[in-house]
Design a protein around this ligand. Structure first.
Ligand code: OAD
Length: 248
């Protein structure tokens, strides 16, 4: 399935950085944003996922996030997540950079994770900034409150907001320092995350994409593997490191 060049390159890699997008969680049952099954066909997040919308109608925004929290709390990491967690133990340096807010990489066992867009299971006070990790579902009509009295919001990055700068800096450092970079299950259209594979490429890393279809960056990369991440990644792990996750 994989070329000798690909296998030899991955085998000799010592520092790996991985960028994931919604596609890695698609096989767990979490809808992607774009594409045929994309969330944006059903909802208009531009209208809900921004601070002004939240201040106008926090109950409605919480209702939408509670729906997604519930969905995510009921799904499991898939073989793609598990393979990426196993890969972490195979090299000296490994960073998992994700645009996803679903927390499935952590549940799969990855340790060095950079969540660029926050985490849907975490809330943050709009007044004092206090963060709280909770799986509790807030009842409709009852806004979650901080101990300081401020309203809690989902701790995710909304339209028009900056990404957390410390996490973003670490992600760019990982992309600059790695010798192998994977771009997995992302349409690579949302910046700054979409700049990471190109940064790695410009710094001399070998860059591999895994996606069910070509993306806007496919033509620039060393390898573009067309396939489901939940199938391609376990096969890579088996062929390169001899790890069979089905036997775990
Ligand atoms: P998208 O929904 O834009 O893209 C998902 C990608 O996954 C597409 O390129 C699909 O072809 C691919 N895909 C789907 N199923 C797959 C599978 N089983 N295996 C491999 N690939 C698969 O999601 P993102 O690129 O993550 O930001 O979107 C980036 C950001 O856009 C999100 O983080 C979100 C949104 O605005 C914020 O909310 C801040």
């Amino acid at each position: 399935m994989f070329s000798n060049r690909l296998i030899e390159t991955i085998k000799s890699a010592r520092k790996i950085a991985v960028l994931t997008g919604a596609g890695i969680s698609a096989e767990s049952g979490v809808p992607t944003f774009r594409g045929e099954e994309g969330l944006w066909k059903k909802f208009r997040p531009e209208e809900l996922a921004n601070f002004e919308a939240f201040m106008r109608n926090p109950e409605l925004v919480w209702e939408w996030y509670n729906y997604r929290r519930k969905l995510i709390s009921e799904v499991q990491p898939n073989p793609g997540h598990v393979a990426l967690a196993e890969m972490e133990a195979c090299v000296d340096s490994y960073w998992l950079i994700t645009q996803n807010v679903d927390g499935l990489h952590r549940r799969a066992g990855n340790r060095h994770i950079l969540e660029l867009h926050g985490n849907i299971m975490r809330s943050r006070c709009i007044t004092c900034g206090q963060k709280e990790e909770t799986l509790d579902m807030f009842e409709k009509g009852e806004l979650p409150r901080c101990t300081c009295g401020g309203i809690m919001r989902p701790d995710v990055v909304w339209f028009g907001e900056m990404l957390p700068s410390d996490i973003l800096n670490q992600a760019f450092q990982a992309a600059e320092a790695c010798d192998l970079f994977f771009s997995i299950g992302t349409s690579a259209v949302v910046h700054p995350a979409a700049s990471l594979p190109i940064t790695a490429l410009n710094q001399g890393a070998f860059v591999i994409e895994i996606n069910i279809e070509p993306t806007v960056i496919s033509g620039k990369l060393h390898e573009s593997i067309i396939g489901k991440s939940g199938e391609v990644l376990p096969q890579l792990l088996k062929d390169i490191w001899g790890i069979d996750i089905e036997c775990r």
